[in-house]
Design a protein around this ligand. Sequence first.
Ligand code: GPU
Length: 825
Amino acid sequence: MNAKANNTQSPAKIDKSDFKAAVVKHLHCTLGTDENKANNHAWWKATCAAMQEHVLEGLRKTQKTHYLNDTRAVHYFSAEFLMGRLLSNNLQNFGLFEVASGALKELGVELTDIMEQEPDMALGNGGLGRLAACFIDSLATMELPAIGYGIHYEHGLFRQEIKSGAQIERPDSWRDYGNPWEICRPESIQEVSLFGYVETKYGENGRVLKEWHPGSIVKGVPWDIPVVGYEGKTVNVLRLWQSEASDYFNWDVFNAGGYVDAQRENVQAETISKVLYPNDETEAGKELRLIQQYFFCSCSLKDIIRRYKRAHGDDWSRFADQVVIQLNDTHPAIAIPELMRILVDRAELDWDQAWGICTQVFAYTNHTLLPEALEKWPARMIEKILPRHLEIIYEINHRFMAEVDKKWPGDNAMKAKLSIIEEGHEKMVRMGHLSVIGSFAVNGVAEMHSRLVKSSLFPEFDELYPGKLTNVTNGITPRRWLKACNPSLSKLIDKKIGVDWPKDLYKLEGLAKFASNKTFQKQFMKVKLENKELLAEEIRQSLDLEVDVNAIFDVQIKRLHEYKRQHLNLLHIMALYRRILENPDYDMHPRVFIFGAKAAPGYKLAKDIIYAINKVADKINNDPRVNNKIKVVFLPNYRVSLAEKMIPASDVSEQISTAGKEASGTGNMKLALNGAVTIGTLDGANVEIAEEVGDDNIFIFGLTVEEVNELKAKGYNPLDYYYKDPEIKAVLDWLETDYFTPGKPGALVSIKQSLLDHGDPYMVLADYRSYSDAQIAVDEAYRDKERWAEMAIINTAKMGKFTSDRSIKDYVDRIWKLSPCKIEN
Ligand code: GPU
């Protein structure tokens, strides 16, 4: 049989006619339709199926090679993977985008149209979930043995609709018509125990044995999503667990004639992986959430152990050589006591031996300092759901307290401070402390954040375990966030510096020498203008609103959160509006302020801010006196695929969190990579972006972390700013009228109240004037077209550091100690 017939030829050799034949074959044989009947959805599915042939071939080779080489692998545990769409990514990474596009064209189909059929895979909330997706892309690209483990949510992050200005949440059903990328692996089902009680027994020579009698058992069914590396050599997998009722456990009820009861148990079991919690950086404290966390951690650990045992039998001595587990925040921290349980209760290892393994296997990434995001579980809740795990946590803590006593003898205050258990009217388990104690490495996600993790979150842990706390600055994959989402700019870059940059982003530095070249500036800004036209079309389609592509496109895209300060942006927009009303000749370059943001459904003020943005937008966009100097656009349902359209079209990137609050940010990196200039505070990775692009190519404003702390210590009073700055006063008072909400005075007052009556916790007013001044500087800079083009080019040129390949290299060299494994084609 020739290579073509069995489809094992390498993707590099596929031509248009091969691809065309494969798509038609799948239209006929997989979808049961034909070229005349097929709609875009069918074409999309057939194209995915044609692609999936190569993906699965790559997957098979990769898994075989990893198995034969018995490779050490990293296991990335994350409750969220925000993958977005996969077709264009997989085509790009296999180098088949042009081939597919040409093949489809001959069939009378536009590839970019059918790509729009793909629902986003939105199994995450925001930055943390998207980071996980970028990391697994880099791991595959760098040919590293890796597996992502998470939850196969039936419903991902809600779809946002805007009705009369307000956010409405609708369910997201990303798999309704089938997901062409995933493969169910019933041969690797796991069972997970929940509830019940622990029996203490005595074994040989008085050894205490613990037996957990669970009250319920659920099945974890794995679904594998192939993760294609750039140039398509390594294809790793993202393994997501779906919960189902365990057949075995329901037998009794079923046989007793309790068909209905048995069905009820089914529903309960299936609830576990039903929906993603839509809270970003707030700990919900819900029982089901803890069950979700335990469910995927337990399935994943059992999966890892099964694989290890296949090669090493019952010899645990090499486990830590083969396995490293990265905990993406504390959401999977329950994996630590779960591994202890398996090792001590099941494998019957000594506690010390088991603990030795655990503390060589786990590493933990902290993604926030916000107190409301630091997970704590009521001990009573853990006891109910995971009785044995609570005992293990107490034992870990007991031994840890002895360590603390050795370091700080007799210091009970120190013990209370560092204990995993927080004593209070309700005992709580601090998952952050458990994670630090149970891991061999702990990292923050940007230099500044990691410094604060050491100095203010975990200073005593840093003293107790010198060297354990470290930094790995976040990154983004340039394959999705430049090559795939901005094809025009990518082609221009290819022409200028060659095609190696997607795998070696420091190569972009080669653009810097053209930053002041007039011809290149024109080419660069022409691409930007084309991208702005595409986004303007999107805005027209979605909102029936015209925007001027010669205006500055000023973009703030991220979850809605007080600390990210979308309301600072809004107050400034209102102030500009006011300036124009007071002085029709107010001199400014026209600007389109564009927002994309989802609010957690229970976060009242965040929803109020979305409402306010929309109401202010209505008024400004329809006021002829504004003379098109300002437009305000709120694009509904912000998500990965929308970001891919917004980012290439942005001139200005808003990164305006209160200093010390944004751990890193990654949208800041994506926007700068696509030639947007940042207006931002010295927060998170903005600091490192400023270092890379230089002070002349970024607009920094606002209080520093030190100044924020000083002002707080001295006693911050927002009223000082309200009375001192007439513009602040006028704008806040405006919110109280019915100017923006005719007939409904006070509809926007909660924003004013949070800033004046509730103490302005994120210091919006303290930074207002400095922000407004920085915006004037942006306006002036933009009017000098050449100067602006130079800034934009420098931003793209200097983003080398922020490829997620660099982040992964840092993890590999300093934490994971992994080696690449070449896959032969
Ligand atoms: N982040 Br904790 C989330 O998106 N969700 C969370 O639950 C937590 C953190 C973000 C940080 O806010 C952001 O600054 C960072 O860039 C991102 O994680 C990835 O590290």
